[in-house]
Design a binder for this molecule. Structure first.
Ligand SMILES: [Zn+2]
Ligand SMILES: [Zn+2]
Length: 158
């Protein structure tokens, strides 16, 4: 684990939401915040700081240490009875705050597949993740293989 458990969980949830297709986005409220989250997750460090601050202020977020279930002391900045959309925005802003202050915004990037545009969350130790999904990784591996093994075409002589 690279970051605190709740930071990683919130980031992963936000990335999944931004990258999700129609089934998850059927909830209109969540769908509406996808561009906002995408903007935050793909911003450079200074802009991410400003965006996270604005989101936390707008939601009147009040960080509180809580301990529940099997999870040791961690931060909640919004009560669990607030609407889901507000919780997602605040939790994502809190997680991004963690990345900003540890100068780790490069953990977030846009998928290396030219046609995808998905957000990539790289929590690997060697920062090797370039694609948003195995689908994109496989498609590009196949394309790279084909490009390598392409035989140069020569005119056919009879
Ligand atoms: Zn919790
Ligand atoms: Zn992708």
């Amino acid at each position: 684990m690279v970051f605190a458990h709740d930071t990683e969980a919130s980031l992963q949830a936000a990335v999944d939401l931004v990258n999700s297709d129609r089934d998850a986005a059927e909830l209109a409220d969540l769908r509406a915040i996808r561009p906002v989250l995408r903007d935050l997750l793909t911003a450079d460090r200074d802009r991410a700081a400003a965006l996270a601050n604005a989101m936390l202020a707008e939601a009147n977020a009040v960080p509180q240490l809580v301990r529940h279930g099997d999870i040791d002391w961690h931060l909640h900045a919004v009560s669990s009875d607030e609407p889901l959309v507000r919780r997602v925005v605040v939790e994502t802003a809190m997680a991004v705050s963690d990345l900003v202050r540890s100068d780790e915004m490069t953990r977030l990037s846009v998928c290396a597949d030219d046609s995808c545009g998905g957000v990539v969350l790289d929590l690997t130790r060697n920062r090797s993740r370039r694609f948003c999904s195995t689908t994109c990784a496989n498609r590009n591996a196949v394309a790279a293989y084909r490009a390598r093994s392409r035989v140069p075409t020569r005119p056919v002589t009879s």
